[in-house]
Ligand binder design. Structure first.
Ligand SMILES: [Zn+2]
Length: 166
């Protein structure tokens, strides 16, 4: 009795914008002038709202950031509409790979900066909290954290000493 009726037709809606080069199909381009301008030999995109000239040859991320955050002349409705189109691209979430080493380094960095006593790592409520985010991450004892912190603190000191000398 079951009849398979899954013949969906995906009519392309992109056909009407065939004049636009493939690389410029990104949604962000509707917020920029159609023609790029040449500034010191570089092609730049011009913001429709504030006239800012932005480097376009390394991809559209700076163009997106400008519309999403920096532009002062864009109206809120326009910005929100753009932000809602950005949310549909979940690539950064999809490719996220948990790295316990990076995580531990960042944790230690936070502890140094926030002056968290190492004894706090013995707190029985810490691991359950971390488990709720990433069960693969194991909290180390306070001695390990202290050693990590010491090493990192020396490293940070070296870096800041270097930058103060210049
Ligand atoms: Zn702008």
């Amino acid at each position: 009795m079951a009849t398979s009726d899954s013949s969906e037709s995906h009519d392309s809606m992109d056909d009407d914008i065939t004049q636009v080069p493939r690389a410029r199909r990104s949604k962000v381009w509707e917020h920029y002038q159609q023609d790029l301008v040449e500034v010191d030999g570089d092609l730049k995109a011009v913001c429709k709202y504030c006239g800012a000239e932005l480097q376009a040859k390394f991809g559209t991320s700076s163009l997106r950031n400008h519309i999403a955050e920096s532009c002062r002349s864009i109206d809120d409705a326009c910005r929100n509409r753009f932000l809602s189109t950005m949310k549909t691209t979940k690539t950064s979430k999809a490719v996220f790979v948990f790295d316990p080493k990076v995580c531990r380094e960042l944790m230690v960095k936070f502890c140094i900066h926030a002056k968290i006593p190492f004894l706090k790592f013995e707190d029985p409520y810490l691991q359950p909290w971390i488990d709720s985010m990433q069960p693969a991450f194991q909290v180390k004892g306070r001695h390990t954290i202290r050693d990590d912190a010491k090493k990192m603190y020396e490293g940070i000191k070296k870096i800041s000493n270097l930058s103060y000398k210049t």
